[in-house]
Write a protein that binds this ligand. Structure first.
Ligand SMILES: N[C@@H](CCC(=O)N[C@@H](CS)C(=O)NCC(=O)O)C(=O)O
Length: 234
């Protein structure tokens, strides 16, 4: 663990005591799930504080005290500093524990692809849900909202298709070792337009992602935070 990065853009979380380990500000089925999965695989103690900003202004204001963008995930570090941005958090956690091999090392041949696809999931796919989840944020006419959603889901499917066309997975997306990219994709590919569409557009990634779903080390976490309920693979 490095020293505090005071003044470098990481705010401090007032309510977290320094004695506490990691605190994940998250929600079930959300982008906090791959972070929780990573902390579990790293055997790092953490506590989850659930927030659902989409449930109304009271919840959004409660989260604003932690993250001014009113979004999950956010991660309070043992230093009391707060990180946001799911891809950055996942990369940082993996890089901070190289012995666990949850990311290719800095000099590994697959490192450029790792960084590329982590950023791609974050910026080309995840970012679109800010509008898709609530089209009224950018489009006034309620009668247009269904079209906006449908177009964004098409764009997301197209992005998965690109990833599927360009990656040749081994057991995992980048080769033989599970990385945080696998956890990120296993989670995000369940969001709309949904996993069966993901299999349709990126069939070459299906076996790999099913392998991540079935990883026995993660069974309890998936069951609690993103359960495979009957019909989930819509
Ligand atoms: N760029 C952020 C996006 C986070 C995000 O969109 N989180 C969603 C939940 S999965 C959220 O909090 N939505 C509420 C909102 O944006 O108002 C990241 O990668 O962590």
């Amino acid at each position: 663990m490095g020293t505090a990065a005071g003044g470098q853009g990481l705010p401090h979380v007032g309510e977290k005591s320094l004695a506490e380990p990691f605190v994940v500000y998250g929600a079930s089925t959300s982008g906090s799930v791959p972070i929780e999965a990573t902390l579990s695989l790293l055997n790092l103690p953490y506590r989850v504080e659930d927030h659902a900003p989409w449930e109304g202004s009271h919840e959004a204001e409660r989260l604003a005290r932690i993250n001014a963008l009113r979004q999950v995930p956010a991660l309070a570090l043992p230093t009391g500093e707060l990180m946001t941005e799911s891809a950055a958090i996942l990369i940082w956690l993996a890089d901070s524990h190289p012995e666990a091999r949850l990311a290719p090392a800095l000099t590994d041949a697959t490192r450029p692809a790792f960084l590329r696809w982590m950023t791609f999931v974050s910026s080309a796919i995840y970012a679109l849900y800010w509008v898709a989840d609530d089209p009224s944020r950018v489009v006034d006419r309620a009668e247009d909202h269904a079209t906006v959603k449908a177009r964004l889901y098409e764009r997301i499917a197209h992005c998965w298709e690109q990833m599927g066309a360009q990656l040749q997975p081994g057991r995992y997306l980048l080769g033989e070792e599970l990385s945080v990219l696998d956890l990120y994709v296993a989670t995000a590919s369940r969001w709309s337009p949904g996993r069966s569409r993901f299999y349709d557009v990126a069939p070459g990634l299906a076996d790999t992602i099913r392998r991540v779903d079935a990883d026995p080390r993660l069974a309890a976490l998936w069951a609690e935070r993103f359960p495979f309920t009957p019909g989930w693979e819509r």
